[in-house]
Design a protein around this ligand. Structure first.
Ligand code: AMP
Ligand code: ZN
Length: 115
């Protein structure tokens, strides 16, 4: 499977993993848009949230809980942060493997417009 995030999850591409368990891995975004920008991804290849089904309920919950714990670890939980799933083309998703963005380290503007 020629998927960048699968390669990161199965360690074909070495990146510093901030977290790993049976279902997910987390690592720093290569082009951070805020001071703390972390991606939480499933080990399983799923293209987008739109491709998830009820069997992925545990996985979906795990991704959010891992993001919450990383926010605490990186000391952004008190002030707050943003969790973002971009979904397919209209949502601005560029990498076709589900990923949850953990964004923090300052006050963020909304910046959501339909082009
Ligand atoms: P999205 O637009 O939601 O699909 O976000 C994809 C994100 O993946 C972007 O924020 C990219 O900066 C990030 N990204 C792309 N390649 C890598 C990589 N090799 N390591 C870490 N993050 C990456
Ligand atoms: Zn993949």
């Amino acid at each position: 499977m020629d998927c960048l995030f699968c390669k990161i999850a199965n360690k074909e591409i070495p990146v510093e993993l901030l977290f790993e368990d049976d279902l997910v891995v987390a690592f720093k975004d290569i082009k951070p848009i805020v001071p703390i920008h972390i991606l939480i991804i499933p080990k399983e290849h799923i293209e987008s949230v739109a491709d998830m089904s009820d069997k992925h309920e545990t996985l979906a919950g795990r991704m959010i809980m891992v993001a919450k714990k990383l926010a605490e670890q990186f000391d952004i939980a008190g002030g707050g942060y943003k969790l973002l799933f971009r979904v397919k083309s209209n949502g601005g998703q560029e990498v076709p493997h589900v990923h949850l963005h953990l964004l923090g380290g300052g006050k963020m503007s909304e910046n959501i417009r339909v082009a």
